[in-house]
Design a protein around this ligand. Structure first.
Ligand SMILES: *Cc1c(COP(=O)(O)O)cnc(C)c1O
Length: 382
């Protein structure tokens, strides 16, 4: 039995009629950029995330760029973030002329370790000493929130803003001291991606930034239309960061199913956790599960650590089972960041994770026989 890593067709067949209808409506309107569809989706998405404002944008990468631009990050600035994430997290920082200041991850959650962040803030590596610390950018990797209370505390102490890279974590909850919060609603700005493989995926690229701050909301809205608040009147230099009406229409339909998809992914994760118990496979714990949350982890990826990971990966591929390594090279070791001066060994937990992790299929439509097959193949390889 073939088991793909992700099967978007399995989701599409269940929503085909509903989606075709709203797509037809957009086609009939011939109104494709921003407009009422985007406004409606923004209102629903803000309510879902528990923020006052949501701004539809062209991608998750552009959401990160727009967020950093809204906070006036530029040359001479530093942004503290994780080296174990998708490229866009650090790429957006460098694109604006700022530098990413990496701190190592927690080996259990793969998220920024607040203790490591403190070390970097208290004694930044020499070459970064002259930089102004502007932003702390935690990533909620794989669909579980970074430990935001201590990170927020650090941002307060070191007087910087917080931008959450919540691209993989829409709807994930965090038990903060102030009550349960959703991913993206804890920093000054939260950024999301609607790339098709995210839990809420569009029919192409799309993204969003959320905020409670009215000024930042206005700024993000201006930045996505080249900085214009009134057409052809530009107070800022922005870019074309707009969300399409077609994407908003699709996403607005899919948003109503999102919690049920999260629940299915959680059930699949629980199945794997049980099946791998007592084996050499290390399963990904939902560390906030004890706090009576509905979605302590949304499993955009279900990521194991396995001894002889590459052997397991080869056997899965040979058996027609999809799997992937997120991410094989930590960002501090990427060729294009060589000038930052980081070296192998600087972030041992990130480097170890890059050697040991493997994402298994966890999409909502998986069946039990499929998961059984995945488990048997993984264990057979060990
Ligand atoms: C997907 C992703 C992004 C980028 O989103 P795009 O929509 O592909 O531009 C940024 N950060 C993380 C952690 C992601 O997973």
């Amino acid at each position: 039995m073939q088991v793909p890593l992700l099967d978007l067709k399995a989701q599409y067949v269940t929503l085909r009629d509903e989606l075709r209808k709203v797509i037809d409506e957009v086609c009939d309107s011939q109104s494709f950029i921003l407009g009422p569809r985007v406004q409606a989706f923004e209102a629903h998405a803000a309510a879902y995330c528990g923020t006052k404002h949501a701004v539809g944008l062209s991608s998750g990468t552009d959401a990160l760029l727009a967020a950093l631009m809204a906070l006036e990050v530029g040359h001479g600035d530093a942004v503290v973030t994780s080296p174990y994430t998708f490229f866009a997290t650090a790429g957006s920082i460098v694109r604006l002329g700022a530098v990413p200041l990496f701190a190592d991850i927690d080996p259990v959650t793969f998220n920024l370790n607040p203790v490591q962040v403190r070390c970097v803030l208290e004694s930044p590596p020499g070459r970064f000493r002259e930089r102004r610390l502007k932003v702390l950018m935690p990533v909620h990797l794989y669909g579980q929130c970074a430990d935001m209370d201590p990170l927020t505390e650090l941002a307060r102490e070191f007087e910087c803003q917080v931008v959450e890279d919540a691209a993989q974590a829409i709807g994930a909850e965090y038990p903060s001291r102030g009550g349960v919060k959703k991913a993206g609603a804890m920093g000054q700005i939260g950024c999301f991606s609607f790339f098709p493989s995210k839990n809420l995926g569009g029919f192409g690229d799309g993204g969003m930034a959320v905020t409670d701050d009215a000024t930042l909301n206005e700024k993000l809205r201006a930045l996505r239309v080249h900085g214009a608040t009134v057409t052809y009147s530009h107070h800022l230099v922005g870019a074309n960061f707009r969300l399409d009406a077609l994407q908003a229409a699709v996403l607005d339909v899919k948003l109503t199913y999102l919690d049920s998809w999260h629940a299915a992914r959680q059930a699949h994760a629980a199945y794997y956790n049980r099946a791998f118990q007592g084996t050499p496979v290390a399963t990904p714990p939902a560390i906030f599960a004890g706090h009576a949350l509905t979605h302590p982890h949304i499993y955009n990826q279900y990521v194991i650590r396995a001894p002889r990971r590459d052997q397991v990966r080869e056997q899965l591929s040979a058996a027609g089972i999809g799997c992937a390594i997120y991410y094989p090279t930590p960002l501090h070791l990427q060729e294009c960041f060589r000038s930052l001066g980081y070296r192998a060994g600087d972030f041992p937990e990130s480097e170890k994770a890059a050697r040991e992790t493997l994402a298994l299929p966890v999409y909502p439509e998986l069946t039990e026989p499929m998961m059984r097959q995945v488990v048997d193949t993984v264990l057979g390889a060990l």
